[in-house]
Design a binder for this molecule. Structure first.
Ligand SMILES: [Zn+2]
Length: 192
């Protein structure tokens, strides 16, 4: 199987003046970027083409992220976030208007994350979006790519934050996202 025909756009959530969820000295924008870089490295090791929305601490609008994915011609877009609001574990979002392929992609990535990391499975979830919201990045109105948004543990839950503080855990999370994308690609009919 040649993976080099596939392009994956990896979006690290938040950045710059938008830190995302904050707990003490720990910022979602930093965790998300570190996980995203590991996803990129793992996908590249399979031969998948990748591009990142950001590799440094800069702020981008949801529309800029989605537009960059389409300009790149990405087949798949993954927007990486960490959760907040009380709870534990992993959930993966799709948009209400996304195709059945996106649901399969979300399920594949969610399954790999949960099995690899041994954390609570909160499942695949679906929502609408408003322009300007984080989830707008994965709205089919904004991007042609099959797009999902995994939320990797909760910044405001102590046990989850302790895991996120581990560079090994973040690497494993990034690898699990990549492995989930690969297992989804493996279910697709051959592309010309
Ligand atoms: Zn976020």
């Amino acid at each position: 199987m040649s993976y080099s025909i596939y392009k994956v756009f990896i979006d690290a959530g938040h950045g710059g003046s938008d830190p995302g969820a904050v707990n003490g000295n720990f910022y979602e924008k930093d965790f998300a970027l570190d996980i995203a870089k590991h996803t990129r490295d793992r996908l590249n090791s399979y031969g998948v083409q990748t591009r990142m929305s950001r590799e440094t601490d800069i702020k981008l609008t949801p529309n800029q992220r989605a537009a960059a994915s389409d300009a790149y011609g990405a087949n798949i877009l993954v927007s990486i976030h960490n959760n907040a609001g009380g709870g534990t574990g992993i959930e993966t979002w799709k948009h209400d208007n996304s195709s059945s392929y996106v649901k399969q992609l979300a399920q594949a990535v969610n399954n790999k994350l949960v099995s690899s990391l041994g954390v609570r499975d909160r499942g695949v979830k679906s929502a609408p979006s408003q322009r300007g919201e984080n989830i707008y990045v994965i709205d089919p109105v904004a991007t042609k790519a099959w797009a999902i948004l995994p939320e990797i543990l909760f910044m405001d839950t102590i046990a989850d934050l302790e895991k996120l503080k581990s560079s090994t855990f973040r690497r494993n999370a990034g690898y699990a996202i990549a492995d989930g994308i690969i297992s989804f690609i493996n279910t697709l009919p051959p592309m010309q």
